[in-house]
Design a protein around this ligand. Structure first.
Ligand SMILES: C[S@@+](CC[C@H](N)C(=O)[O-])C[C@H]1O[C@@H](n2cnc3c(N)ncnc32)[C@H](O)[C@@H]1O
Length: 249
């Protein structure tokens, strides 16, 4: 019997389900925590805000976000964690039972199952370069973000960090390898404002006995961390996006 052909999202689901079952979900926290904490500080999160964690994996960053926007004088903030891998969503729900202000949703960045003009802030950690159609993901982000909402995309795999390119052949799903300039242009083409890029280095030490499968050597891993992740920030202009088929007067 010929194998049923899979959509790009189904391939991603299958691959990241495999990661989840292999225990990679929670492990990613140790790899991404340092750069994510620095990004959280830049996000200037406030109690009462509505936040989307796009490509949330096992949900460790979602929980950090939920603590920062939880109950306060300005209201009860909510965080939505969205991931294409149902196994990652399962892990995330399991680990977040004590949180009343998190909702995990299984779905794709290509078609975000949420209403228009909703999220004050969006964080996406190490996920954006997997999206098969990044234009479509940006259209979706623009749609679900609130007017003046802020977008924070953190990417470790990009052309300007040559050490990160060692992974491309090891990954079992296709990825985009764009430069900083290309990403900035892409965001501007999608009508985002205040588009900026910066580098977030990872200053955690790499011990001499650390085992790495992803890098050719520990020196390459250290250089990769020093070069740092690309942080893209942007905001949605102060206008409302009409829902499909509707006009806002
Ligand atoms: C490298 S992991 C990072 C997970 C998490 N942000 C973290 O730092 O631990 C990439 C995540 O993006 C998710 N992902 C990939 N493509 C996606 C898509 N099209 N829509 C939503 N999530 C996606 C994967 O399922 C996976 O959980």
């Amino acid at each position: 019997m010929p194998e049923k052909s899979q959509t790009p999202d189904e391939k991603l689901q299958q691959e990241f389900n495999r990661w989840a079952v292999a225990g990679e979900g929670p492990k990613m926290e140790s790899h991404h925590l340092n750069i994510t904490e620095k990004t959280l500080r830049l996000m200037n999160l406030r109690p009462g805000e509505r936040v989307l964690d796009l490509g949330c994996g096992s949900g460790w960053a979602t929980r950090l976000l939920a603590r920062l926007v939880g109950e306060g004088p300005e209201g009860f903030g909510q965080v939505v964690g969205l991931d294409v891998s149902d196994e990652m969503v399962r892990l995330a729900r399991e680990a977040s039972r004590d949180f009343e202000n998190i909702l995990y949703v299984w779905g794709s960045a290509q078609q975000i199952p949420w209403e228009e003009n909703f999220f004050d802030k969006v964080l996406s950690v190490e996920s954006f370069y997997y999206y098969p159609d990044q234009d479509r993901a940006l259209l979706e982000l623009f749609r679900v973000m609130a007017p003046r909402g802020k977008l924070f995309i953190l990417i470790n795999l990009y052309r300007d960090n040559p050490y990160s390119l060692q992974w491309v052949d090891q990954l079992k799903v296709p990825v985009h390898v764009r430069s900083t300039t290309e990403y900035v242009e892409l965001l501007k083409e999608h009508a985002f404002e205040n588009v900026e890029s910066s580098r977030i280095s990872d200053d955690t030490p790499t011990p001499d006995d650390y085992q790495t499968k992803s890098f050719h050597s520990l020196d390459d891993l250290r250089a990769f961390k020093r070069e740092g992740a690309l942080l893209l920030t942007a905001s949605k202009p102060d206008l409302r996006t009409p829902a499909p088929g509707y006009t806002i007067y």
